[in-house]
Design a protein around this ligand. Sequence first.
Ligand code: FES
Length: 573
Amino acid sequence: MKKSAQELRSHRWFGVTDMRSFAHRSRAKQMGYGPQDYAGKPVIAIVNTWSDLTTCHTHFRDRAEEVKRGVWQAGGFPVEIPALPINETYMKPSPMMYRNLLAMEVEELLRCQPVDGVVLMGGCDKTTPGLLMGAISMNLPAIYLPAGPMLRGNWNGEVLGSGSDVWKYWAEKCAGNISDDQWNEMEDGIARSAGVCMTMGTASTMTAIAETLGFTLPGASSIPAVDANHSRMATNCGRRIVTMVWEDLKPIDILNMAAVENAITADMAIGGSTNAIIHLVAMAGRAGLKLDLRKFDEISQRTPMIANLRPSGQYLMEDFYYAGGLRALLWEIRELLHLEAPTVNGRSLGENITGARIFNSEVIRPLADPIADQGGTAILFGNLAPKGAVIKPTAAEKRLLQHTGPAVVFTDYNDMAARIDRDDLVVDENSVLVLQNAGPLGGPGMPEWGMLPIPKKLLKKGVRDMVRISDARMSGTAYGACVLHVSPESFIGGPLALVQDGDLIEIDVAGRRLQLLVSDDEMEIRRARRVIPKPRYDRGFGAMFSAHVTQADEGCDFDFLLSGPQTAEPEIH
Ligand code: FES
């Protein structure tokens, strides 16, 4: 033990004898707690992103109680604190606008209150990076409790995957291949329990990354939300965080470049969401680690993708758990990992995964027989994306990974929605669909519009994939030859803003190139003529977001939240 009771942060609220501490103690008594509940004990915040609209976290009220049980057992004092319940389904214009707000909230909730350690409860996409970014900046002992995936979807004996099968069957409905009644029946079967999307979308990618970084208990990220093992994991989180406080084991002790490289390697091996790149850059940035997009590409090129999970593969997260889960996958790729990296349970990553077995080698393939020889994500550069763009080649039709075609340009989402299905749209299967003004500032909030729909008239001809380019993001459950995160974005004058209908665009994934085949002189003429758009917001959080959000290649964090001198502890008067 490194700490004594007098050295606890909460001691300054509860342990001293002055007028303020009288107020702090008397108010604890107001809630029915006596000194035997809190005196000399670590105060453990349970930061809970539950809400009636956060559909993936409906089990979090129960889990919070289970965490509390563990905290009490270990001699801590649990306090549940709600935090911005970002949900992927209902928040508009994009939940991504609110990731940094959650990070700020977590940091300040922990700073301004008598907290010694924290259990972070999240899972739905942006909650994982938001909670961890705030906790890293505050740097109190922290453990992450992932919500876990929901059960497999089921419709008429077919397995349904969150998101992925929505896009798939919507295309079939638009093509006239399934009926309205069949489509409506799917609503009953695609989301059958608490938990996050059960494809390898952004949520399961980010919880796998949190585990690989060392922020969860071993195996935690793979447990289905409604499995009794999930409840026991929650209680274990409560027990462990109390010890972490006494050991003074903090996020900065865990998050180093070796851990980040491990997380990127895991991301590639699972065929993770493209969104992970933005979030990892931002999380590493909070620890003062600068992460170049080329690092992702370098690791991608040496990491086979071995998880056979939708949208890149066939199975779902429930299958992944039964096949051995993330521990088994990491053990299979151990030669690519820094096994000495520390984790929240006080043991190294290598110790936590040693001997984990694969029980179904169709779901988690052997390293010698992967789904793809390289990782699930590639980074492209070129005159259309001087600071980079992202594609998920494993989820695209192979013929499109080397392609040149004429651009069909949509100036924003509304333009796209109004024209994409019109019969007079000049488009064929070789066209390259381009969506402008969908980036961090243009969207705003970089919405998940990057999987542009295939025009209906092409769907009817049997076309199911085309090259699509935007400065938007794409749902981790989505698929297709979608070039995303083009940086700098079009709204601030990035080259994507200068593309016109009919321009030829060349994509070469093997060569990592994305080129607009237009001369530099012509680009300059177009740039000089460009009308600069007005900011999206004049007031409120939107104005703050617009003034401070960074571009995709920098993680879309706020410039003033990137690492700097540690904010001072509050005076307690
Ligand atoms: Fe919550 Fe997909 S909607 S993880």
